[in-house]
Write a protein that binds this ligand. Sequence first.
Ligand SMILES: [Zn+2]
Length: 472
Amino acid sequence: MKYSSYVGLEIHIHLLTQTKAFCSCAARFGDEPNTNVCPVCLGYPGVLPSLNEDALFMGYRVAHALGCELSRCTIFERKNYFYPDMPKNYQISQFAAPLGGAGYFDFEVRGGIKRLSIRECHFEEDAGKLVHAGTMTFIDYNRAGYPLLEIVTEPELVDGEEAEAFLRSFRRLVRHLGVCDGNMEEGSLRCDANVSVNEEGRGLGVKVELKNMNSSRFVRMGLDYEVKRQTARLKDGRKVEQETRLWNENRDVTETMRKKESASDYRYFPEPDLPPFCPEEAFLARVRDSAIELPLARKRRYLEAFALTEEQAELLLEERAVADYFESAVALGADPRSAALWIVGELRAQLARSGVEIASCALDPGRFTSLLKILAAGRIQTTIAKQVLRAVLEENRDPEDLIAERGWERISDRTVLASLVDEVLTREAAVVERIRSGDRKPIAFLMGEAMKASAGRAEPGALKELVMERLA
Ligand SMILES: [Zn+2]
């Protein structure tokens, strides 16, 4: 008997707004507990929510990027349940008319491209956070009322590898859109899953919800474990129970959490204090105008138009600012392949060391391009180019000025080089003697010494010729 597995994901992203979804409290991670709270997000009687339109705008942008149909009139519901992290005893969410539906997302997996259908995107507010310490539990309501977008996919993934690949691509998308920082450790991107296994050709099986997967690696491990567990049960002739399970990252297993409520248990009803959001044409036009080239399309373009390697393209596209920087340099006339090489190599390393963002670093795309051009023209050596790059970053100076001022141009004048070589050979007379008596090994040492004597500026071909000539 063959079995098929079906995995769907529910992804929550924190939208990067200044304030919460329905009040003016700051939406900021890491503040003192219970300092970003007010009567609205604490659910005091008689207060009224007011909708944060920036948050809705971000939600619509994500839905648009996912090819969803955008709702012309989206409504808010109360999802009722009791939990101590939710002071109102209900969550404002969307049920009947989410802001986006029927989309899709293409991502790379197993060397190909897979298209995953997106069922819907809906807007909702986050709950507070419970912090367990020994026998005590603390509640931080700073997060209560954060704007969230939940993205629900169809169950078209088959295993953990596909889910992890999707999640990584999706994370890159929301970061490129600038609507979410995608930080799974801080909970600004969270992923739950539903998994079912059935005999091949018989459609979905009994659905198990899977929670508590706090990294894309745990998503892969949790789903693979769950698919195996269900398949093994079915092979044994046992049933899979409908339930919610948690990934236990210490034991690498999934464990029963609770029997699942169905949607009707939540008693969704329209939120009486918020009117439907029916965006005007101008709002939707703004959503469309703010669309970006999707990272996957951008990557294809880099491979085809610029002949970059897969790895270079991936590294450039990790951050949108880096990709933008690369394209600015290319537009200014930088050679794409050497620009890519220097950005993902030396520049990236230097910025990581200093903690400066690429968009605000002293080596702007103009200076970077002029440095690459000076290097390509053979006016400086590669090692010197690295020195120039570091000096520009540290001193905020123009590469051309630095090179002129410090005398960093390459030396190819044979008279100058010859006197450098002679100096080294005189100093290293003993080594020269060894070479002349047949030991070829120290030639490299002499070359190195001569290069050092030129402060790394000598033209290597000419230098080698001169050393060999003098030794002969
Ligand atoms: Zn508030």
